[in-house]
Ligand binder design. Sequence first.
Ligand code: FAD
Ligand code: PYC
Length: 416
Amino acid sequence: MKDYSFLSLVREGLRGHTGWPRVWRHPEPKQSYDAIIIGGGGHGLATAYYLAKEHGMRDIAVLEKGWIGGGNAGRNTTVIRSNYLYDESAAIYDHALELWEGLGRELNFNIMMSHRGVLNLAHDEHEARDLIRRVEANRLNGVDAEWLDAEGVKAFCPVIEISKSARYPVVGGTLQRRGGVNRHDAVVWGYARAADRLGVDIIQQCEVTGISMKAGAVTGVETTRGTIRAPKVASVVAGHSSIVAAMAGLRLPIESHPLQALVSEPIKPVLPCVVMSNAVHVYCSQSDKGELVIGAGIDHHLSYTQRGSLNIIEEQMSAIIELFPIFSRLKMMRQWGGIVDVCPDASPIISKTPVKGFYINAGWGTGGWKATPGSGHVFAHTIVHDEPHPIAAPFALERFTSGALVAEHGAAAVAH
Ligand code: FAD
Ligand code: PYC
């Protein structure tokens, strides 16, 4: 067992922090593996971890072109909830939420999981009816959900402006108490350390540039560090899904957009929960450091830049002040963007493909963080059995030809 005690902290401080053990290994890529996961974000690392832990697979590589957690895992605002409309979505997002509930203990890593509750606001009668319908659907699926009237919203989150004279008055909102936020990099590091301990090779600075195939089956990958063979290759590359799928000759029904977020200067605790509003088009939470973490919708143009454009920031700012006039004097400190892959029905793809041994986990759009453990868990099953896990089955590629779409634009909330 490595020594992370207070004494070791002092000892390492005195010797200039030169002796800390690595938390995971940095192995050279081997020539072949039983399975290769492309993408070292939350979903890729979770997939590798569950492959090793639940299915006894040990000969696995995670190939990451940059550094683990440098993609959307490190750029997202970590809102976690499972209040989606359709049964299929409730099943996967609530499966994930259940796993989140025990994940810190399971990984023995503090992921700073905070079940502080997520409020989704309604600003008119139509929106209220829509959200109440969702509350009812959620309850039928065993997902905790409550409808609060405007006074109930104010009681739960006193800082929200509910005046009737507001441009978009708050008429009520849904509350999922089990929803909340956590710490994105802790999740990545926790999964990485646990997967590494089970023998998974995590290989950073290793970009996949081609998928090798023979007779309609995958045989491995070409990378910036050479050819690596494997009978099973899984793509889990968030904003680059179409690019990697094209390497295997596949065209995905996906559009890639920038999605931005920003944080304010830190202030004392003022916002006890996550607040989201479709109509005003913004969401907000407060980090443990005190910063307000603020986001809105996607940039409408397609792009692979991780920046986004100014008009979205302006809209975000006016929207946040609409809901929280008290924040009007706050300075904004940092802004960033990520690339999100959006499917036409705002639901993900977790699927086998027409190429034998090639699997795709993609299209989580603006809302995949919350799914991380559940996605990795059911994807690992799909890879091992070459058959979809029952929870993953509705999210197979076939739905785009059968028409069995899982239309979740409403529950995807502000984001698209
Ligand atoms: P990533 O971390 O992006 O992992 C994919 C990895 O693949 C990257 O590290 C990338 O470098 C690597 N890669 C790509 N191409 C290759 C290649 N050719 N070879 C090797 N590696 C490659 N979701 C929520 O549920 N709640 C939120 O509050 C939320 N907020 C968001 C806010 C923003 C600003 C953004 C951008 C996204 C947000 N999301 C949110 C969405 C969420 O971040 C993503 O759906 C989810 O993180 C995607 O999975 P991932 O973590 O595995 O992705
Ligand atoms: O899916 O809940 C969500 C979300 C919040 C911010 C971005 N996505």
